[in-house]
Design a protein around this ligand. Structure first.
Ligand code: HEC
Length: 189
């Protein structure tokens, strides 16, 4: 089932039980964008990070090595708040890598969430305040995704935190994009 279909199913259920709308579905991922990300990144050569760097480099018209150097030099958030292309890319990253724990609507409760270590609810009042105070993305979120966060899991091989580290799996550009997706609920239209 594509992301959009799941989104519609979710909206229908949310409407029936009368809860608030899910995160940023007004700019949700299209099936084409999801398929594009799967083909070029998830099923691409050499793991998601290098497949993404090669794919994005082509889109930017530079060599993969040049784009990788640019990505590694990123010291801070490269996107403006509300950048629709970044949010759309971030939605694809989220659906692929984060939704399993943080849930369809980014409130936590995804099927792979460990009940002993609840995943973050990105729609809480505190999260939304932090998003606003930081102009779209709280910078410490980057560190949580890149380096992992929370307690070390017992019996996990290789060792991992409750919030896994993505530095080997995702480029900095992908991480900033997914954080813009999470922050996008606060973008006024
Ligand atoms: C295996 C389950 C799991 C997956 C997959 C996962 N997370 Fe998490 N995440 C967690 C848990 C658990 C926490 C809470 C950690 C803590 O502080 O104890 C967390 C915390 C976070 C935080 C920190 C929030 C804060 O306020 O400090 C961010 C940001 C985050 N996750 C983003 C992501 C993104 C983006 C992805 C996908 C690239 C992702 N997570 C994938 C489980 C997961």
């Amino acid at each position: 089932m594509g992301y959009r279909t799941r989104a519609l199913v979710f909206l229908a259920v949310a409407g029936l039980v009368g809860c608030a709308g899910p995160l940023a579905l007004e700019i949700a991922l299209t099936d084409e964008a999801e398929a594009d990300y799967r083909t070029h990144v998830v099923e691409g050569e050499g793991g998601t990070r290098s497949a993404f760097l090669a794919w994005y480099a082509r889109r930017e018209g530079v060599s993969p090595a040049e784009f990788e150097a640019r990505d590694e030099a990123l010291q801070s958030n490269p996107f403006e708040r509300g950048d629709r292309a970044a949010i759309a890319l971030g939605a694809a990253v989220y659906a692929e890598h984060c939704m399993s724990c943080h849930g369809f609507d980014a409130r936590g409760g995804g099927p792979e969430e460990d009940p002993a270590h609840p995943a973050k609810d990105f729609t809480s009042g505190i999260a939304r305040l932090s998003i606003d105070l930081n102009d779209g993305v709280p910078p410490h979120w980057f560190d949580a995704v890149y380096d992992g966060k929370g307690p070390m899991l017992a019996d996990h091989d290789p060792p991992a935190r409750a919030m896994p580290a993505y530095r080997d799996e995702l480029s900095r550009t992908q991480v900033w994009a997914v954080l813009h997706y999470l922050g996008s609920k606060q973008v006024s239209k």
